[in-house]
Design a protein around this ligand. Structure first.
Ligand code: 523
Length: 136
């Protein structure tokens, strides 16, 4: 049986908005928007991986809130799992430090204004009600 490797993504919520990040690499994904995150390393808990990725890629201190139910296949052996997350008090604002060349905080009405990666769309759709209720 092939090992599967989890890629974690963050639906980072703040003041009723969702953070979208535009990938700058690799070429086949560049220009598309994603829930920021990355690969879980061996022996690492997914939530810890997500906090690490958000620190490395966006320079923020964040904490996970809850898992978005579901799991979405990526290029084998990768699968995508998503957590809602929020900024810790005192965290810097996110900036595109690596892997991204633009960030947008999207309100519920703007959520489909960006060209999300196909595989992120189901998780974004499931996150939408959390934005409209204002729940974090
Ligand atoms: N995705 C994806 N959606 C999504 C993420 C965070 C990642 O489809 N929200 C895909 C893109 C890549 C793979 O998952 O094919 C790994 O994501 P990546 O490159 O962000 O993971 P890193 O940063 O851990 O990768 P390395 O640069 O290799 O360390």
């Amino acid at each position: 049986m092939t090992e599967r490797i989890v890629v974690v993504g963050a639906a980072l919520l703040d003041a009723g908005r969702l953070l979208a990040a535009r990938r700058s690499a690799p070429p086949e994904l560049a220009g598309r928007w994603e829930l920021p995150g990355g690969k879980v390393e061996e022996g690492e808990a997914p939530e810890a991986a997500l906090m690490r990725e958000l620190r490395e890629e966006l320079g923020v201190e964040a904490e996970t809130v809850e898992r978005v139910p579901g799991e979405w296949p990526l290029r084998p052996p990768y699968v995508l799992q998503v957590w809602t997350a929020r900024l810790c008090p005192g965290s810097a604002a996110p900036e595109p430090l690596q892997d991204h060349d633009a960030l947008r905080w999207l309100t519920p009405t703007e959520i489909w204004d960006v060209d999300w990666l196909d595989q992120d769309v189901p998780a974004v759709r499931k996150t939408l009600p959390k934005l409209t209720t204002g729940a974090h």
